[in-house]
Write a protein that binds this ligand. Sequence first.
Ligand code: NIG
Ligand code: FE
Length: 402
Amino acid sequence: MQCTLTNCRVATMRPGAPYGLIDDAAVVLEDGLIDWVGPAADRDTSPDEVRLDMQGRLVTPGLIDCHTHLVYAGNRADEWALRLEGASYEEIAKRGGGIVSTVRATRAADHGRLLDATRARLDVLMAEGVTTVEVKSGYGLDVETELRMLRVARELGEAPDIDVAATFLGAHALPPEYKDRREDYVRLLIDDVLPAVAAEGLADAVDAYCEGIAFTADEVRSVFESARERDLPLRLHAEQLSNCGGAAMAADMGALSCDHLEYLDERGIEAMAAAGSVAVLVPGAWYYLRETRKPPVDELRAANVPIAVSTDHNPGTSPVLSILAAMNMSCVLFGLGPEEALRGATVHAARALGLEDRGMIEPGKLADLAVWDMQTPAELSYTLGHNPCRQVFKAGVPRNGH
Ligand code: NIG
Ligand code: FE
């Protein structure tokens, strides 16, 4: 099936002109892919083609939220209140709260409950033009619950109007039953959980949390070696609260991305630049934790490390369910420009997922598009609390309800 979007401005996100912007454009979609894009005047139209008038609106690639923890039960509003009274994220974690309290709630939730809760959250992201989302496990920390979380992610990805990239994050926290048995838990991940995940084809990548309150770089490296033997790409929560050398280790192992990065050092930046790893910034977590140290954006730019932006939606550090809000925060809090923020939620986010078939409007890429009630792409990260998304195309098909 072929159809042509006409009467639109298109932010292709191709390199060159700002946003790769084309005025008075046409976009031809065929069999789920972009077939042609350019100024409408440059294209010969045939009288019988299906034309959709975009009424002068802005068209961008469908947005990509490349780092979320969308599958979980319960919430952590109690912890949020404690943090507002002065308790730190680390103190709460050391007292058996934090990630582990969401682990308790998630272990107690069956597949149906997790699926319903996650779908409700996913709907909110999708309404803002998200066509690809990454979803991590990591609130199970045992074979059964990690598999359940990833099966939920896979089931949600069966819907025709969203792609879900599933990431195994078994090395997220030490589960309470392994307290004082760190090595045994890392062995469990390598010997039991990861093989079970891989046997069912439930993960597209493997992530870990490298931090003082989580896992050391050496522990993560051993999980990553096992992931690499299974050809699973690597990602890492790195240098969020302190510098543990995780980013350099992960990049040296060829990681697709290192995420957070507030405490990233020169060695980490060099390793990421050499490996082509994407720096995924998650300003929602920075905002909620009232962090003061910012990721080294100028240095990342100078080293040509691609920067992505994501919600990091999770019940603890970032209950943010809006990629547009994350883009806005990346500008206000971290100093990105609006074009960088949009690249961060399109072409660079695609790269963080190893999905180079999307994130840009050019022939041959997936026809994942968002249509916005606005004139200039800078408006996407300019407003807060307003959803100007008018229509979404997923693989060339208009989404129902838009
Ligand atoms: O990306 N940093 C570790 N993991 C999550 C937080 C998870 C949680 O607190 O539940 C993050 O910030
Ligand atoms: Fe995260």
